[in-house]
Design a protein around this ligand. Structure first.
Ligand code: GTQ
Ligand code: FE2
Length: 374
């Protein structure tokens, strides 16, 4: 084939790699737009930064602002079929008003009045509840009623039927964590309605799942197949609390049992695999002893924390907040996170780390700098 144009000398680009905007180039760019095309050289800075730069921003929500609004919703908004849940989601200020705490994680406060039901449904989204105060609600997962009390962590795998029932004469609030944003972006979601009422004629303190699985290190021989989500539906506060107290006690006795000085931590795991409780969600509990400061750490993937007890200072990137019981805050991908506490701090954490680990995209970095000032 004979070339119809003679070879051109491409003009030099500027410091950001952009060619000089000649009239011909402007016409080409308009053509790209009309044909729905985008050249890499104008987009590469945002698409391929040197390290993760999240649209999500560090943000803190105070429990003392959230809880009264949930109570008001309890007065004004019924729970029933269609709306499904009286759950109010944290909307990250960097994510355009969507009800997403981070690009992958949903975090909400849910509220049930005395004797109220949240009807049964199921969805592919993985979920859990964590209780910072109160009791009296049973969450019924595939027909197994699970009591919810302060400090309990209650995972609930995708596609399991579930509804909630407040059997007490006091309202109860708790937090929900789900992978709603991740499944939304990736078009992976399915949903089905179940029964309108939640059967809690039987409402034991211990669920059937705990009777089968909550015996440390003991696997029922009837259940030797690994399952992708944990079969244990409640991780009770007494166990979490004791595990953390013992880590700190061992450290004080001269055995190094903490992740760093004064910082005890546990991960909730699936007893059939030892891995994370749910395929897309990691959950942990961290306890900082009084007068502890942690080193700044960055990680690929995002986290949501809820303060369970105590007070302290949290630094996430350029943000710094004082936090107290019930407060929630988000840590976007690769933003350095550090804590300092004078009186001690108990923190519940959930993250999307299993997604990144499975895809071999996980990285972390501990800042070589001094620990934060206590
Ligand atoms: O309790 O089943 O916060 O399906 C969001 C979606 C809670 C729940 C949420 C849900 C639920
Ligand atoms: Fe649900």
């Amino acid at each position: 084939m004979t070339p119809t144009t003679s070879p051109v000398r491409v003009r030099a680009t500027d410091a950001t790699g952009q060619p000089e905007r000649t009239p011909q180039l402007e016409a080409l760019y308009r053509g790209f737009e009309q044909q729905l095309l985008v050249p890499l050289w104008t987009a590469i800075g945002e698409l391929m930064p040197a390290h993760p730069v999240s649209q999500a921003r560090p943000h803190r929500w105070r429990w003392k602002d959230l809880l009264p609004m949930a109570e008001q919703a309890g007065q004004l908004v019924p729970v029933g079929r269609g709306g499904e849940r009286r759950a109010i989601a944290l909307a990250n200020p960097g994510l355009g008003g969507q009800p997403f705490a981070t690009p992958t994680l949903w975090a909400a406060i849910q509220y049930l009045n005395p004797q109220e039901y949240a009807p049964i449904h199921r969805h592919t989204q993985n979920a859990f509840r964590f209780v910072v105060e109160g009791e009296g609600v049973w969450t019924v997962v595939n027909g197994d009623p699970v009591a919810m009390r302060r400090g309990d962590f209650l995972p609930q795998a995708g596609w399991h039927w579930h509804g909630h029932h407040n059997r007490s004469d006091r309202a109860m609030a708790w937090i929900d964590g789900l992978d709603i944003p991740f499944q939304h972006y990736t078009d992976a979601t399915f949903f089905e309605f179940g029964a309108d009422e939640v059967d809690t004629r039987e409402a034991p303190q211990r669920s059937r799942s705990e009777r089968l699985w909550a015996h440390p290190g003991l696997r029922p021989l009837t259940h030797l197949q690994p399952t992708p989500a944990t079969p244990l539906l409640a991780y009770r506060w007494e166990h979490t609390d004791r595990a953390l107290a013992e880590q700190l006690a061992l450290e004080a006795e001269g055995y190094s049992a903490t992740v760093e000085p004064g910082h005890a931590a546990v991960r909730y795991t699936n007893p059939t695999t030892g891995a994370d409780i749910l395929p897309t969600l990691r959950t942990e509990f961290h306890r900082l002893a009084p007068d502890t400061a942690t080193a700044a750490r960055s990680e690929v993937g995002s986290s949501v924390f809820q303060v369970f007890d105590g007070t302290g200072e949290v630094t996430v990137g350029d943000s710094r907040w004082s936090v107290e019981r019930g407060d929630l805050f988000v840590v976007p991908s690769w933003q350095p996170l550090a804590f300092a506490t004078e009186h001690g701090l108990d923190l519940f954490r959930f993250t999307d780390a299993p997604i990144f680990e499975r895809l071999h995209l996980h990285r972390s970095h501990q800042s070589p700098q001094e620990r934060a000032e206590a």
